[in-house]
Design a protein around this ligand. Structure first.
Ligand code: ARG
Ligand code: GLU
Length: 719
């Protein structure tokens, strides 16, 4: 009897405490219940230490890095830490064949040797304000969504005009909770950012695609930059007279590392999540959309890989394209499996039953009664179009370069038809430089084989109404091969020939050349299907779905007033927190939360393109020249995992300990838990971070850049 009562109590305790995990919070909203929950898990800071507009706070050390990553300041001289894969493009642009920084790494020996990364910016968030009332003034619940949107747009415009900012600041106003709330962000953008230190790719990208999205991981995914400012410490265009930026706050770096169950917190700019979809939509993504996209990408990757394995030059040429396609291919596999493994659809259905039960009981909730049935039927109608629009994009644009080019040429023709020579030339002048670069990375034979594989799949998988005539007649492998050959028998497969045709004053002649080209016409057929049969319906349904999702969001908050609802990620500054923890990926297997340098050596494969190591690294390892960066195992910790709820865009985000010291650098999630974008499950969702001690170890022992460590504030919070 007692035992079963205890069991029930324990179950209740577990399910409520589990429910409390996951979430990405706006830092200006954590005071109160979130702060309390953070204290429960061990945090020692106050909400004001994390975000404040009255005093310096941790948020002053966090920036958005370029468009899509996060970085943080780790010294009083504006030293900036981010991922290797976030700095990748900038480092690549600074590299030449003779001076290959990507391959060999780079460590500036002085400020003078720090290399300007042209075009790179970092963005601080100066303050965040809830502006919901001002933005939703004049909008009512039953309004047509087009009308309410136009009122909202006007309100946004006038609020922006009425808000006083400095001339180096920008304002952004964004919807949250599907438009139930609006927040305003005042931001400052710095433009003179310089590369300070990066290890060779073999360390920074160790394990590459094989290890990507996986645990255990042994990847030193970090690079170091510095913010430069004008003499007044304010943003300035690049100048050699600029000085290292003096931050309002920088993160001390902890030498004490992590133990299982330690509190951790991640501060950064997560890109996109969809946590409040109904079960039917999650089912659709995991069991229809993901499988369709996975199949397409797999077909393309197989062709690429076959060629990359045969020839080193091809491998180099296709490495980055392959990695890009492989990244989300692998993520979707994990997402789809994860959703099914934890029965997320069923759990969402149970949640919806509970929602419906409460709504049925209360008169004041009667307005919520039809939301879920309506949403289900909309998502049901949406499925076909959702899969189609994504399949068209994946097949004829994302994984196939030549078809993408051909759809651009179709657009060029459209500009000519609509806006005459001016429209044509304007688009052409942007298009040609892009294509010039793109063709350099293109192997037309591989691309043709990809095309052949993808159209076969397209015909087999798609509903016949979305299959163009020219494909519906094909059936045997020979048919497809012949068709692919004739499509690629086009002058446009060659950049110089393409340029000779497109870059002309006789535009009518250029259009005539396009009009008689098979590839151009095939891409036209696809665009027509997309523009006429798919997009209009997709847009119509999405508009309806979004306005109903907005209602469902509000209803959930009303019906479950004791739950805490975080807003879906939308590339704004967020705090997420959790604890260092291992996990059980499958029956009888347990993954420990910390990896070590000896694991790097275990994975080492001399000469391999993913698992090779630089000789100097091996020398340091064998001498065991580890400085004071080891933990109780006597090895240097490399990566660790925790229950922080993160997503794409959190790359480069700092991991902070209970006192706000840097203990790690976020760069990935574990495969089994990638479904956290749709459904966070604390049993298998883990983020992956580089341990701060590994970063320091590489900087000092491998990079021999002690000058950088001397800039930092190293602390021992556990002593
Ligand atoms: N999976 C990580 C993130 O989405 C790392 C990506 C780096 N690219 C790679 N192919 N290893 O985006
Ligand atoms: N690598 C991802 C990024 O570039 C982070 C991993 C994730 O999606 O959680 O932001």
């Amino acid at each position: 009897m007692y035992k079963s009562i205890i069991k029930v109590l324990l179950l209740i305790f577990i399910s409520t405490s589990i429910y409390a995990q996951g979430g990405m919070w706006l830092p200006n909203t954590i005071k109160g219940s979130i702060e309390k929950d953070m204290h429960r898990l061990g945090m020692k800071l106050k909400a004001e230490d994390i975000y404040s507009t009255d005093q310096n706070s941790i948020k002053d050390a966090i920036v958005q890095f370029g468009g899509g990553c996060t970085a943080e300041i780790i010294s009083p001289k504006g030293l900036l830490l981010t991922n290797h894969h976030c700095g990748y493009g900038n480092i690549q642009r600074l590299s030449t064949v003779e001076n290959n920084l990507l391959k060999n790494g780079y460590w500036a020996k002085s400020f003078e040797e720090e290399l300007p990364a042209k075009g790179l910016t970092v963005t601080f968030v100066d303050r965040i304000e809830d502006v919901s009332n001002a933005i939703m003034k004049g909008v009512s619940d039953n309004m047509d969504s087009k009308i309410s949107q136009s009122i909202i747009d006007k309100n946004i415009d006038s609020l922006k005009k009425a808000t006083a900012i400095e001339d180096y600041q920008v304002i952004e106003i964004k919807p949250f909770y599907y438009g139930n709330k609006y927040y305003m962000f005042i931001k400052t953008i710095y433009k003179d950012i310089r590369l300070v230190g990066v290890s060779p790719e073999s360390l920074g990208k160790f394990g590459a695609d094989t290890d990507n999205w996986m645990w255990p991981r042994h990847n030193g995914d970090f690079s170091i930059f510095r913010i430069y400012a004008g003499k007044d410490n304010l943003p300035a265009e690049y100048s050699k007279d600029n000085i290292p930026y003096t931050p309002k706050h920088y993160l001390p770096v902890s030498l004490d590392g992590v133990d299982e169950n330690d509190f951790t917190m991640i501060f950064g700019f997560p890109g996109r999540t969809q946590e409040y979809l109904p079960a039917s939509a999650v089912d659709q993504i995991a069991n229809k959309l993901d499988p369709a996209r996975i199949k397409i990408r797999k077909a393309a990757l197989d062709v690429m890989e076959k060629h990359m394995r045969k020839d080193e030059a091809t491998r180099l040429k296709y490495a980055s394209k392959f990695a890009g396609i492989a990244n989300y291919w692998k993520k979707w596999i994990g997402e789809s499996q994860g959703i099914n493994q934890v029965n997320a659809v069923k759990k969402k259905q149970e949640y919806e039953q509970e929602f419906k039960r409460i709504v049925a009981e209360r008169k004041d909730f009667s307005k919520y009664r039809d939301i879920l049935p309506k949403l289900d039927s909309l998502y049901n109608a949406y499925e076909k179009y959702n899969v189609a629009i994504n399949s068209i994009y994946e097949t004829f644009s994302r994984s196939n370069d030549f078809m993408r080019v051909m759809s651009y040429l179709n657009r060029l023709k459209k500009y000519y038809n609509n806006n005459g020579a001016a429209g044509y030339n304007k688009f052409k002048d942007r298009l040609l430089p892009y294509l010039n670069g793109m063709y350099k990375g293109l192997d037309i034979t591989i691309d043709r084989e990809v095309f052949e594989a993808l159209i076969k799949n397209y015909k087999k998988s798609m509903s016949p109404e979305f299959v163009p005539k020219s494909l519906s007649n094909l059936s045997s492998d020979e048919d497809f091969a012949y068709f692919a050959k004739s499509i690629y028998n086009s002058p446009f497969t060659d950049y110089d020939k393409l340029k000779r045709i497109v870059d002309t004053t006789d535009i009518d002649w250029a259009i005539a050349q396009m009009d008689k080209d098979l590839a151009f016409n095939f891409a036209g057929e696809i665009s027509k299907i997309s523009d006429e049969l798919v997009s209009p319906k997709t847009n119509e349904l999405e508009t309806k779905i979004n306005s109903l999702q907005k209602k469902y969001m509000k209803a959930q908050m009303d019906v479950f007033p004791n739950n805490s609802f975080f807003p879906d990620a939308n590339s704004t500054l967020r705090v997420t927190y959790g604890q260092v923890k291992g996990y059980h990926p499958r029956d009888a297997v347990y993954y420990e939360p910390v990896s070590h340098v000896n694991g790097i050596i275990e994975k080492y494969v001399p000469g391999d393109y993913e698992f090779d190591l630089p000789q100097e690294f091996l020398d340091i390892y064998h001498k065991r020249d580890f400085g004071n960066y080891t933990d109780k195992t006597g090895e240097v910790p490399v990566c660790f995992i925790a229950t922080n709820h993160t997503t794409g865009g959190n790359s480069g985000s700092p991991t902070l300990d209970a006192n706000g010291n840097l203990i790690g650098l976020n760069f990935d999630r574990v495969w089994e838990g990638t479904m956290s974008d749709l459904y966070y499950d604390p049993s298998i969702c883990r983020n992956i971070m580089v341990d701060a001690r590994y970063i320091l170890f590489i900087i000092e022992k491998y990079g021999k850049a002690k000058r950088l460590i001397d800039e930092m504030k190293l602390v021992h919070p556990k002593r």
